[in-house]
Design a protein around this ligand. Structure first.
Ligand SMILES: [Zn+2]
Length: 752
């Protein structure tokens, strides 16, 4: 170096050289001939197992996890972009698939890799128990990954290496997830992740977003143990794969089949009729009775071939599995559906580990069965999920869709039987559409659906797309049995999605009026049912902070969705309101000809054991359908409470009926006059007064009557004044109608 070169330039020079070197490294990496080594070959060539990982340290071998061979082969298939595995525990998936894929993409084909775990703890456990031991034991990895480095960009959950980066993210940390993208995306245990990460979709959808920029060279690897059938993410994901089963040949007859628990025989579990007729003493000698296991002998459990009935010893079971796993190109796996995405079903019956020997599984099963028979299904669910790799089907709590479909009643869309008196519109906001229900409420929250449909169009921008259609739809009237046309009395719109909330606020600001209140509502984060359906509204419109602007701004009302779902769907065998039939309080009615997805969507969620505490059940979205109808119905119940319809007095309902009768007289005139349109409008206006009365009554209740407005006291029909009706002095007086100020609708609730 020239001594006259100033120091700062010298430093730059060194840096420039280093940058150049790094660039050449990358260029060489790019230009190098495509690697001909697959992840399977890599694992069998380079991977070492240390004492931390196995009782048999040394060269890595697929011998112990034969069923995984066919999966690892697919991770090296250049035409495959996504691989799913629905698996039990104890099949060696994490060490055999996840670790090998990571190692391969550190050493052989350096790439940016993102691994998503349900929670931060699971990512740290993986780092400490699986990843770091692999690096320490495998020389080619130890050379590349400095586990001691805590310098910039390195740490337990982030490791840089030449040509790539490995990042562990937790699905419950959305900022973590959003800031990561990689060519290799791995999701571990999607069923244990939040189904909706910060309102942006489930973990699998989020990860797909993260690898998108690398398409079509990206690889998504999704593996998880299933939970509840209807809500499981991995079960849902498997539906779009080619659904491969590992077919095991019988050493006796040569036929192959996918191993099933049904073929496991536990001696003594099912005694024959002859045996049951033996004298007790003799039976006890032959099949001794034990605690928990009864007469069943898990020690002697064995497998039988469903084709020839041959008994397989456990060693024969393992030998048969190994035999199939060596046959290319599928290594034992057989697809059962058409798809370009390989999907694998793995159960513990495919495991060769000592802890998964048949007698051990039989013992687990008997223990679970014992508790199940005593009314505690938890262990049986765990056995089903973690040992068999199968989802558990919760039954008997919700009615079937067909049951609901059969109960549809003969009234038309946008009409309503006599009992329905207050029409309420509720809107669930999706990015590409608005889902809308109109329910008409009556006494005791009995309700009639009169419209279910969707308005398609973008919803992110204000006053555009679907919002214009909603403006029109909210002018629609509902024809009451009396003939009167009822306007929509109030509207609730979901503003829970961050991307569309501004558009909702703008819509609410524009349309919320004295005549017809429009509310921005948001489901509470509670999934258990701890938050009341109706609670005091909070002012949280982020755009309007000053008190002055606040008055013009939007208040967001929090809806206790879980509690409302308890009410509507129920969480016990007795069921919720959907199960009630006939007429009367709390009954729900729907019309023949309603769009058919109404029924499945109304049953769009299930209350199942929670992620963190299996003893506490949480409302969970089903992954086999959408649930907008349920959300809309939840908002309807909230709206009833907001308008206090649930505590209306008989006189208040009668006043509405009176107004509707007046309006219907105008409709009757329509039949004999040539000015039909005019009288129709008059009818609507008259019916509106009925609506007004509703809101007014609520205002009255909350002590916020606007003294500036005149109060008419013209007579109600006589029956309304029967003995069981409260004295004329209070609610009756308020029911006269007239255009009463509704301006405080959005606020009164908070002061009641
Ligand atoms: Zn056989």
């Amino acid at each position: 170096m020239n001594a006259r070169v100033p120091d700062h330039l010298l430093i730059d020079d060194v840096r420039a050289q280093a940058a150049l070197d790094a660039m050449f490294d990358r260029v060489w990496a790019e230009l190098a001939p495509p690697p001909h080594m697959t992840p399977l070959e890599w694992a069998e060539t380079f991977r070492e197992m240390g004492e931390e990982e196995t009782s048999k340290p040394g060269k890595y071998s697929m011998e112990e996890t034969p069923a995984l061979r066919g999966i690892l082969v697919e991770t090296g298939n250049p035409n495959v972009r996504k691989i799913c595995s629905q698996k039990s525990a104890q099949v060696g998936y994490t060490a055999g698939i996840v670790c090998n894929v990571i190692g391969y993409h550190i050493h052989w084909r350096p790439s940016v890799q993102v691994v998503m775990f349900p929670r931060e703890k699971s990512s740290k456990d993986f780092a400490a128990e699986k990843f770091e031991p692999m690096v320490r034991a495998t020389p080619v990895l130890a050379e590349r990954v400095n586990l001691k480095s805590r310098s910039a960009g390195n740490g337990t959950t982030r490791r840089s290496f030449r040509g790539g980066l490995l990042k562990f993210v937790a699905s419950n940390s959305p900022s973590d997830v959003k800031s990561s993208s990689g060519r290799i995306g791995i999701v571990e245990e999607p069923d244990d992740t939040n189904t909706n990460v910060a309102g942006q979709g489930n973990a699998i959808a989020l990860l797909a977003e993260r690898t998108k920029t690398y398409a079509p060279d990206d690889l998504q690897l999704i593996g998880g143990t299933p939970t509840a059938k209807a809500t499981s993410l991995i079960v849902k994901e498997m539906r779009s794969t080619d659904q491969r089963y590992f077919m095991v040949p019988c050493h006796s007859c040569g036929e192959t089949h996918a191993l099933e628990w049904d073929n496991v025989i536990i001696p003594g579990l099912k005694l024959s009729d002859d045996e049951l007729e033996l004298p007790a003493a003799e039976l006890d000698v032959k099949w001794p009775q034990r605690e928990v296991y009864g007469r069943a002998r898990w020690e002697d459990a064995y497998y039988t071939c469903p084709h020839c009935g041959t008994i397989w010893s456990d060693d024969e079971r393992i030998a048969n599995i190994k035999r199939a796993s060596l046959v290319p190109p599928m290594y034992g796996w057989v697809p059962t559906a058409e798809s370009t995405t390989p999907g694998f079903y793995l159960s513990e019956l495919l495991s060769t580990f000592e802890g998964s020997r048949l007698p051990v599984l039989a013992m687990k099963y008997l223990t679970a069965k014992h508790e199940f028979d005593q009314g505690d299904p938890e262990k049986m669910i765990t056995f089903w999920n973690s040992s068999l790799g199968l989802p558990w089907e919760y039954r008997g709590e919700l009615p079937e869709e067909d049951e609901l479909r059969e109960r549809a009643e003969p009234y038309a869309e946008w009409t309503c039987p006599a009992g329905g008196l207050v029409a309420l519109m509720t809107v669930d906001v999706q990015h590409d559409r608005l889902a809308v229900t109109v329910w008409v409420a009556g006494r005791g929250e009995e309700c009639w659906l009169t419209f279910w449909g969707e308005l398609s169009g973008r919803t992110v921008l204000s006053h555009q797309g679907a919002w214009g259609q909603l403006e029109e739809l909210m002018q629609h009237t509902v024809r009451h049995a009396s003939g009167a046309e009822m306007s929509i009395a109030a509207i609730a719109i979901d503003c829970g999605d961050g991307q569309t909330s501004d558009a909702v606020y703008d819509f609410v600001r524009k349309h919320d009026s004295r005549r017809r209140p429009v509310y921005a509502v948001k489901g509470a984060s509670d999934r258990v049912g701890r938050v009341e359906i109706w609670t005091t509204p909070k002012a949280i419109d982020p755009n309007r902070k000053s008190t002055k602007a606040d008055r013009a701004g939007v208040k967001v009302s929090i809806v206790g969705s879980a509690k409302a779902k308890d009410l509507i769907l129920g969480s016990t065998k007795e069921g919720g309101r959907v199960r009630l039939v006939g007429k009367g309080p709390a009954r729900m009615h729907w019309y023949k000809g309603v769009r058919d997805d109404f029924f499945e969507q109304l049953l769009g969620e299930m209350k199942i054991p929670g992620l963190f505490n299996k003893r506490i059940r949480e409302w969970t979205e089903r992954t086999d359908r959408r649930n907008e109808v349920l959300d809309c119905t939840v908002y309807f119940v909230w709206l009833c409470r907001q308008l206090r319809l649930n505590v209306f007095k008989p006189t208040q309902w009668e006043a509405i009926e009176f107004k509707l009768r007046q309006a219907s007289l105008l409709v009757a005139e329509e039949l004999v006059t040539e000015f039909g349109e005019d009288s129709r409008e008059a009818s609507v206006a008259a019916a509106d007064e009925a609506t007004t009365a509703v809101v007014r009554a609520a205002t009255e209740e909350s002590g916020q009557e606007d003294p500036a407005q005149p109060v008419h006291t013209h007579a109600l029909p006589e029956p309304a004044l029967a003995a069981d009706v409260p004295p004329r002095s209070e609610p009756v007086r308020s029911m006269g109608g007239g255009r009463i100020s509704l301006g405080k609708m959005s606020r009164f609730g908070g002061r009641r």
